[in-house]
Design a protein around this ligand. Structure first.
Ligand code: CAA
Length: 264
């Protein structure tokens, strides 16, 4: 079953069922305008409906950029109302990443600036090419990060580092992004997609509902007081004992055989 065609993104699936979403505006270094943000949300909603797809990899077209931010040329003359519309659309589309039952890997192949760093930060994990450069250049443009950068980046790297990146507009390289916990893995540029696929394959061996519900538990609990978060985890943990995959997973262990998960 093939995916729809989009103006600003390419959505494809590998033979073994990994969806690859490529942001495709190479002339603008994959900068995000209203239409691209809409396409990202629509493409992810399409993936969400496909329970045979277990992992999504998001990357940028070309060798130079993952996403060079929001499209400055298109938003340059925006009014306050138009700017709010753009930010809300970005929140809706990036929110789809977090709400997907599928696991989402950002394969950061080059510049991830402003909205690019913000989209990567919304993913479940980030693999950086050694050639990647990351930054939040908004205060140098007279604005602030508006696609989640003051919030998700802070949650990933801590308040001090996030505020330093935002206030200085410094672009950091892949090793520094790895050191501060923004990148979870760093690899040579020509190994980036191989690494993302390798991780996708490991995830696909495990029970689909378990991966989806664990993702939810981590994200839901992260901003709650520990006692409430732990309670949510208990509920979800117990819920898994009502699934066929729990019976299969534990029987497979006890019987020393391969497990065949069905996502139920
Ligand atoms: N918006 C629109 N167009 C962009 C763009 C952006 N964010 N980033 C790059 N482009 C365009 C350039 O204008 C240029 O187009 P033309 O050939 O028509 O002039 C083309 O992409 C290639 O870019 P450069 O010639 O600038 O390439 P470079 O190698 O010299 O520099 C770069 C690369 C350092 C990434 C530089 O392009 C750059 O600084 N881009 C802007 C980065 C930025 O400020 N991003 C934040 C945007 S604001 C934001 O994201 C707000 C938010 O919170 C969501």
């Amino acid at each position: 079953m093939s995916f729809s065609e989009y103006e600003n993104v390419i959505l494809k699936e590998t033979e073994d069922g990994v969806a690859v979403l490529t942001i495709n505006r190479p002339k603008a270094l994959n900068a995000l305008n209203l239409s691209a943000l809409q396409d990202i949300g629509d493409a992810l909603r399409e993936v969400k409906a496909r329970n045979d797809i277990r992992v999504v990899i998001i990357t940028g077209s070309g060798a130079k950029a993952f996403i060079a931010g929001a499209d400055i040329k298109e938003m340059q003359h925006d009014s306050v109302t138009e700017a709010l519309k753009l930010s809300k659309l970005a929140h809706k589309s990036f929110g789809e990443i977090e709400h997907l039952p599928q696991f989402v890997i950002a394969a950061v192949n080059g510049y991830a600036l402003g909205g690019g760093c913000e989209l990567a930060s919304a993913c479940d994990m980030r693999i950086g090419s050694m050639s990647a450069k990351v930054g939040q250049p908004e205060t140098g443009l007279g604005i602030i990060p508006g696609f989640g950068g003051t919030q998700r980046l802070t949650r990933l790297v801590g308040r001090g580092k996030a505020k330093e990146m935002i206030a200085t507009c410094d672009m950091i390289d892949a090793e520094e992004a790895y050191r501060i916990g923004l990148f979870d893995e760093i690899v040579d540029p020509d190994k980036l997609m191989d690494k993302a696929i390798e991780i996708a394959h490991k995830i696909m061996k495990n029970a689909p509902l378990s991966v989806a519900r664990a993702k939810y538990s981590v994200d839901r609990g992260a901003d709650l007081p520990l006692d409430i978060a732990i309670d949510i985890e208990s509920q979800i943990w117990a819920e898994m004992f009502g699934t066929k995959d729990q019976s299969e997973g534990m029987a497979g262990f006890v019987e020393k055989r391969d497990k065949h998960f069905i996502g139920k």
